[in-house]
Design a protein around this ligand. Structure first.
Ligand SMILES: Cc1cc2nc3c(=O)[nH]c(=O)nc-3n(C[C@H](O)[C@H](O)[C@H](O)COP(=O)(O)OP(=O)(O)OC[C@H]3O[C@@H](n4cnc5c(N)ncnc54)[C@H](O)[C@@H]3O)c2cc1C
Length: 400
């Protein structure tokens, strides 16, 4: 397998590195280092968003006519890799990675003209209203009720685990408009303003102490029918299309960076006998196992990229990569916690607040290791659990 990038791609990489060395401020890097979650709080998210928007590089995966960069797959891969290597903030995907591509694929020209520029500029910040208390994996069982009321719907019910609903000014969501057929029928895809009367957002705080997700309640919320994406009762097709964007995407390069941070921590930590933990054979084997698995993931990403550039569909590969990625993310957080040892026991949220100047107890670069360990337990659940991904693989790969 030929994995080297062409000379023009290497020139592109240099251009990206030059841009990042100029645009990525120490404050933004520190905010990302201190972030215990998957993506940053709005305050830092939007700063980085605006910088990328000004550069014209905010939506590399969108078609050029909608504001994309026109980069080929290899350039996009280089871009993602260099971002994570440089420690750039990870932007929330709900607008740029989910709602935008969904509107490009299924939105009306009016919806595209209204919403896409505002996603690009950062004026709109979206959240995803799919899951409900009794429908997560079994999404088609959702019950948030939308009753026809002239040229509006009236919504009653609740959504749960809604990431960043407390920051968002817009939500894309699935509602039930008909109960008579199969569960997949009678679902409608809607867009709404979060400041509409009758919406309330209640925080759910994680064991790591962070507030990322919420429960959102709807009490007679009126939403114009013009906000339906696609057709009434045909939302399932749009919902599935969007999920492909939620599950796709590579991450091995970012995890290689995370592994190098674990190595750094283990190099600073003592094994209890005066040697660094990284030199202890048992721990070294764990690091090497992770390194080999990541190398295999990287090659799988190259293989998928080659297939996509030939116009092939990744199919079950996105489920395979989602599962491998979630497991590896969790493994890396376990190794980081092992490396910081008893410092993991100290609860010190002030020290990881980028706006405060509080010294860390234990290694400063290990300050988020334990909250991140807790936080990333969710990676094998959010966006479709590992078990559900395995069901997809069993069906598509093994034909079961
Ligand atoms: C951090 C985080 C952020 C999230 N953000 C959002 C968001 O922004 N918007 C949104 O809509 N949702 C969001 N979610 C919800 C997420 O998509 C769901 O948690 C997920 O789909 C699982 O649903 P559930 O929690 O209802 O678990 P359940 O579906 O109740 O599953 C419980 C357990 O049963 C297993 N299981 C269920 N069905 C099967 C089956 N058929 N075969 C085998 N095992 C099965 C599951 O794997 C799991 O282990 C988020 C979740 C988390 C943790």
């Amino acid at each position: 397998m030929h994995t080297a990038f062409s000379a023009s791609h290497e020139t592109f990489r240099e251009e990206v590195q030059t841009f990042l060395s100029r645009a990525l401020t120490p404050e933004l890097k520190r905010a990302q280092q201190c972030c215990p979650g998957i993506f940053l709080d709005y305050e830092y998210n939007i700063q980085w968003h605006r910088i990328l928007h000004q550069q014209g590089w905010i939506a590399p995966s969108w078609p050029k006519e909608f504001g994309g960069t026109g980069w080929d797959l290899a350039q996009r891969y280089i871009w993602t890799t260099e971002l994570t290597r440089a420690g750039a903030p990870s932007l929330a995907p709900m607008g740029l990675g989910m709602c935008g591509p969904m509107l490009i694929g299924h939105g009306s020209p009016e919806q595209q003209a209204q919403y896409l520029p505002r996603i690009l500029s950062g004026e709109d910040y979206w959240c995803q209203g799919y899951s409900e208390p009794s429908s997560g994996s079994d999404l088609a069982a959702l019950q948030l009720n939308a009753i026809s009321d002239g040229d509006h719907y009236r919504l009653n019910g609740t959504k749960i685990w809604t990431t960043h609903a407390h920051y968002a000014n817009r939500m894309f969501l699935l509602v039930r408009t008909d109960n008579s057929g199969k569960p997949q029928q009678g679902i409608t895809f809607l867009l709404l303003d979060m400041d509409t009367q009758g919406i309330s957002v209640e925080p759910i705080v994680f064991a790591s102490g962070t507030h990322e997700v919420n429960q959102v309640f709807f009490d007679n919320v009126r939403v114009p029918k013009a906000n339906v994406v696609g057709q009434e009762n045909q939302g399932w097709t749009v919902a599935k299309y969007l999920l492909e964007f939620e599950r796709g995407g590579g991450g091995a390069a970012g995890m290689q960076t995370a592994l190098s941070r674990v190595r750094e921590l283990a190099g600073q930590a003592s094994d209890g006998y005066g040697e660094p933990l990284s030199a202890q054979p048992e721990f070294e084997v764990k690091l090497l196992e992770a390194e080999v698995a990541l190398e295999a993931m990287l090659f799988s990403e190259f293989r998928i990229m080659a297939a996509l550039s030939k116009g092939e569909n990744p199919g079950a590969e996105s489920s395979i990569m989602k599962t491998l990625g979630a497991n590896m993310q969790q493994r890396l957080t376990e190794l980081a916690v092992e490396a910081i040892d008893y410092a993991a026991l100290v609860h010190q949220p002030e020290a990881r607040d980028p706006g405060q100047n509080v010294a860390a107890i234990g290694p400063a670069n290990g300050i988020v290791a334990f909250p991140r360990y807790f936080n990333l337990r969710a990676s094998s659940i959010a966006g479709g659990s590992n078990e559900v991904q395995r069901n997809i693989m069993a069906k598509l790969v093994l034909g079961l």
